[in-house]
Design a protein around this ligand. Structure first.
Ligand code: HEC
Length: 391
């Protein structure tokens, strides 16, 4: 994301927070109940951050209108004290409200569901993805196709063509809206049911597992097609055995960079820049070798999940690097060989700039390529925007 769009990020984050706080407050007061284990959004619409992310002209109009609104509040506040100027202040307020460049309601609002603000209640783990894969093969593949591109055997006889998941679609949708679609079905514009709901045949947990699987599948297909991601992708949690016996899962290591590797640890040197985790071909009961911090023990699930995210490219002699927030940011498929700037997985205009800036800085003090990559990740964190995360 470029610097000029920082205001947009604030706007979207603010919109999300205000709605979330409203929902929490209403839930706290007992005004709204629960659905699928979390507070239910009571209205049929919500502010559509995802639309503003695409239509930035409308977003700008909205931001300006909010500023005008804040100015009007100040004027009305002033009117409490300045009695004689009151008619002027009221007149100016009314005029400002009329002249404000209000965005079109069709862009600002979108259809909402009771689960729109739900967060995944099932953690993103290798096991969840592997289990989602089995559910998908049993219940979804006939329409959505093995690669998620909507070319299943029953696709052609549906009221509308199933969507192509190997696109940014799943990232543009809020988690809770996807949950609703799978559990309660999808309606077309004319109100006709275009996909039936699976709430009867899937538990809540299975639905989240499916959604984790779908994003992993989409990430892999996008990577295969374009060589990088414009949407950020997280490394799933997995079970480990570490030198530090207190740590048994990747998630136990907070805010650490992770270097996941399939390279034979005998070829590796200990690396203090990241938590080094070895993903072996087969699980074994032995302790992790000295050159790595941990070895994966949920090998079958982890290999299945990583292969999926990796677009089914070979897993051999490959290393994946996450940033401190757990986002997968770089991949080196040349074994223990040096990293290069081409290994960055997330591409955005600013990331390219910082890479160049990092390259200039890296030339000092004999830093190597991996350090340069780490610097560019640190300089360009993944930003959070609900209904679409951006780099
Ligand atoms: C009988 C065919 C069929 C089956 C089976 C099916 N889908 Fe769909 N699905 C569709 C169609 C058609 C659409 C497009 C609906 C539309 O855009 O109006 C769709 C859309 C979706 C969407 C996109 C919703 C959105 O917000 O755009 C998701 C997510 C989805 N399906 C998930 C699943 C999952 C998960 C399963 C398995 C549990 C599944 N589908 C099984 C036909 C199917």
């Amino acid at each position: 994301m470029t610097n000029s769009a920082i205001w947009l990020e604030w706007l979207l984050e603010g919109m999300h927070r205000v709605q979330w706080a409203l929902l929490r407050a209403m839930h706290g007061l007992g005004l709204v109940g629960d659905v699928d284990g979390q507070a239910a959004w009571p209205w049929g619409w919500r502010l559509a951050g995802e639309n503003l992310l695409i239509d930035q002209a409308e977003a700008r109009r909205f931001a300006i209108s909010l500023l005008v609104l804040a100015g009007v509040m100040l004027l009305l506040f002033a009117a409490i004290w300045w009695r004689r100027g009151r008619p002027w202040l009221w007149g100016a307020s009314a005029l400002a409200l009329v002249l404000a460049p209000w965005p079109s309601a069709a862009v600002l609002f979108t259809h909402a569901h009771p689960t729109s603000f739900h967060a995944a209640s099932e953690p993103l783990t290798d096991h969840a993805i592997a289990s989602g894969a089995r559910l998908y093969a049993a219940q979804c593949v006939q329409c959505h196709g093995a690669d998620g591109k909507g070319q299943g055997t029953l696709a052609a006889v549906q009221p509308v063509w199933p969507p192509n998941f190997a696109s940014p679609l799943l990232w543009r949708r809020a988690d809770g809206d996807l949950l609703w679609a799978v559990r309660h079905g999808v309606q077309g514009r004319d109100g006709r049911q275009t996909m039936t709901g699976f709430g009867e045949s899937l538990s809540l947990r299975e639905t989240w597992e499916l959604l984790h699987y779908l994003r992993a599948l989409a990430a892999g297909e996008l990577l295969r097609a374009t060589g990088n991601w414009s949407q950020p992708v997280r490394l799933p949690d997995m079970a480990l055995r570490c030198h530090d016996a207190g740590k048994r899962r990747l998630g136990d290591f907070q805010a650490q960079r992770v270097l996941l590797t399939t390279t034979d640890p005998q070829k590796l040197l200990p690396d203090p820049r990241a938590l080094t985790v070895w993903l072996p071909a087969r699980s074994s009961a032995s302790a992790p070798p000295d050159s790595v911090d941990c070895v994966v023990t949920s090998v079958m699930d982890a290999r299945e999940a990583v292969a999926l995210i990796n677009g089914h490219a070979t897993l051999d002699e490959t290393q994946w690097l996450t940033d401190r927030s757990g986002w997968l940011r770089a991949r080196n498929a040349r074994g223990a060989a040096a990293w290069s700037d081409d290994d960055l997985l997330c591409k955005s205009p600013l990331a390219d700039q910082t890479t160049t800036a990092g390259a200039a800085a890296g030339a000092v003090a004999g830093d190597d390529q991996l350090t340069r990559i780490i610097r560019s990740l640190d300089a360009e964190p993944v930003r959070f925007v609900k209904g679409g995360r951006v780099h």
